[in-house]
Design a protein around this ligand. Structure first.
Ligand code: OGA
Ligand code: FE
Length: 274
């Protein structure tokens, strides 16, 4: 069931072009060599609502995403040592608090910038869901070792991303789609080769998302560094909402002199004791 919209929400909604996968087409993406990719995406106009206007209704089990106000103690997100030491524990604690999981692990830290001259990776334009069950299980084994992973993987496990601006976002904002409005038939298989900043990484398996008029998209206008989007991508309990599709997009009101978008995202897996 989609979120309740007040009549005023239309006044702040925008219409923007977003890239969607052609239904039935498979994506094979090489982030380090985009020209080699199979990328059957096409732009589509979508209405994108202000997530702050529905903040109180958001719930990981209902909409698949929440918007949380939470300062970070990190001073420099471009320092991997500080991210590891300060940010990873903050993210782990936040996800643990939101899910009530018995154990939370993290992987796949990505710092992004829309400025080519900055350290980090470009925003990801194109609706997608990273990742599916196969890759979640592979990461559980990689982080925990086979034996411990097998124990936890017998219970419920949930993949959740935590996305935060490094500076207030004035360009290339990030949109998420209410997971309860994403249908299984919107998902197309995707493989990312050499993803998460490692050209030698084995393929990551997820989904490219096709447009469906029932989808409800949201973004946080001029999202601040003390705001965090936490969104669910996979749930081993398939009766629950999962698949919070998401994408960067070009906001039609972006000023030509707007600073580049800088953000950090971390992937987490929550485990519930069987
Ligand atoms: C993500 C993601 C894209 C972006 O956090 O999973 O796809 O542009 N981010 O920040
Ligand atoms: Fe993603």
């Amino acid at each position: 069931m989609a979120l309740q919209h007040s009549p005023q929400i239309d006044e702040t909604a925008i219409v923007a072009k977003m890239d969607f996968c052609i239904p039935g087409e498979k994506v094979i993406f090489y982030p380090a060599d985009r020209a080699r990719s199979r990328w059957p995406y096409r732009p589509h106009e979508v209405k994108i609502y202000d997530a702050r206007a529905v903040k109180d209704q958001l719930d990981l089990e209902r909409s698949g995403f929440v918007l949380v106000e939470r300062e970070s103690a990190v001073e420099n997100f471009y320092d991997p040592e500080e991210v590891e030491r300060v940010y990873i524990p903050e993210v782990t604690a936040l996800v643990q608090e939101l899910t009530g999981a018995d154990k939370v692990i993290t992987f796949g830290t990505m710092v992004r910038s829309s400025a080519a001259d900055k350290q980090g990776h470009l925003p990801a334009f194109g609706a997608h869901v990273d990742y599916g069950d196969r890759t979640v299980r592979e990461y559980a084994r990689r982080v925990l070792g086979d034996e411990e992973a097998e124990r936890w993987l017998r219970g419920r496990y949930v993949l959740i991303n935590v996305w935060r601006p490094i500076k207030t976002v004035y360009s290339a904002p990030f949109a998420v789609c209410d997971a309860s409005t994403v249908a299984a038939s919107d998902l197309n298989d995707s493989e990312v080769h050499g993803g998460l900043g490692d050209p030698n990484r084995p393929p990551l398996y997820g989904y490219s998302v096709s447009f469906n008029p029932n989808q409800r998209w949201y973004y946080v206008p001029e999202m601040r560094p003390d705001e965090v989007l936490v969104f669910k991508l996979f749930d081993s309990d398939s009766a629950r909402v999962q698949w919070t599709a998401h994408s960067a997009f070009e906001h039609p009101h972006t000023r030509p002199d707007a600073p580049p978008r800088e953000s950090i995202e971390i992937r987490t897996i929550s485990f519930f004791a069987p």
